[in-house]
Design a protein around this ligand. Structure first.
Ligand code: NDP
Length: 247
């Protein structure tokens, strides 16, 4: 049986843990060659070994997406190793929640650098390749926070509202190039994401939500696999997935 993504090449940022790691495994299981990127190389090597050990094709590239040159080099490596770039999953992200009045400006900068500028740098590089190929698919990981802002999520929500705004513009700009754009908006998922929050009030705020039966990274990976395995005429523009009990 031919797997749905046979012959396709997917680049996944933020693949050293959580949703990115699960997505790499899901797309490799559908037959894609996957290029997995993040800063923690040891975590990427383990993932690559697992995928290759299961008969898949994976390559790791250490990349900090906030560095424009490294984001472009990631896409260049994917093309030079595997010949094309069909799918880019812009997943790398950080969430350092706090009330705006706390003034944690280093964390504000980090979130905009990774969640917004990192996405733009990788997208810019991938779109050039996809245009030459005549097709491609950008999957941008936003959040429920990209639809609604709450106390302590303001700046993080700002980055994810930006992801949604940029994604819809890209969709319109690229449709004639046969490049699809999908926004994926997860609710709470059990990953390392919340462990980087430094503000105690924000941690406390989130604790009730995290005590629910929240999503697993595989749940989002399955949704991404669904979006990228549809026939070329089908563009899933937006997909919002909450844990059943999330308010
Ligand atoms: P994780 O913390 O498990 O994963 C985040 C990934 O981003 C890691 O692989 C990390 O790798 C990578 N990353 C962070 N900074 C950089 C950087 N500068 N350059 C390259 N990679 C970077 O969290 P999730 O899997 O949950 O997060 C994935 C995405 O899902 C994020 O965009 C997040 O906002 C979004 N999301 C998550 C939700 C959740 O509840 N978990 C809900 C809604 C959206 P490394 O540190 O090795 O560089």
């Amino acid at each position: 049986m031919v797997a749905k993504l046979d012959g396709k090449v997917a680049v996944i940022t933020g693949a050293s843990s959580g949703i990115g790691e699960a997505t790499a495994e899901a797309l490799a299981a559908e037959g894609a060659s996957v290029v997995v990127a993040a800063r923690r190389e040891d975590r990427l090597s383990g993932l690559v070994e697992r995928i290759n050990g299961n008969g898949g094709k994976a390559l790791s590239v250490a990349a900090d997406v906030t560095d424009e040159g490294q984001a472009h080099e990631l896409v260049r490596r994917a093309k030079s190793e595997f010949g094309r770039v069909d799918i880019l999953v812009n997943n790398a992200g950080v969430m350092q929640l706090s009330a705006v009045e706390k003034g944690l400006s280093d964390e504000w900068r980090r979130m905009f650098d990774v969640n917004v500028l990192g996405l733009l740098y990788a997208t810019d590089a991938a779109v050039q390749v996809m245009k030459e190929q005549g097709s491609g698919h950008l999957v941008n990981i936003s959040s429920v926070a990209g639809r609604r802002s709450r106390a302590t999520t303001g700046v993080y929500s700002g980055t994810k509202f930006a992801v949604n705004a940029i994604s819809e513009a890209l969709r319109q700009e690229l449709l004639e190039d046969n490049i699809r754009v999908t926004i994926v908006e997860p609710g709470a998922v059990a990953t390392e994401l919340a462990t980087h929050i430094t503000d105690e009030d924000a941690k406390e705020n989130l604790s009730g939500l995290l005590s629910l039966d929240i999503l697993q990274a595989e749940d989002i990976a399955n949704a991404i696999a669904y979006c990228v395995t549809q026939p070329e005429r089908v563009s899933v523009n937006e997909i919002l997935i909450r844990p059943t009990q999330q308010p």
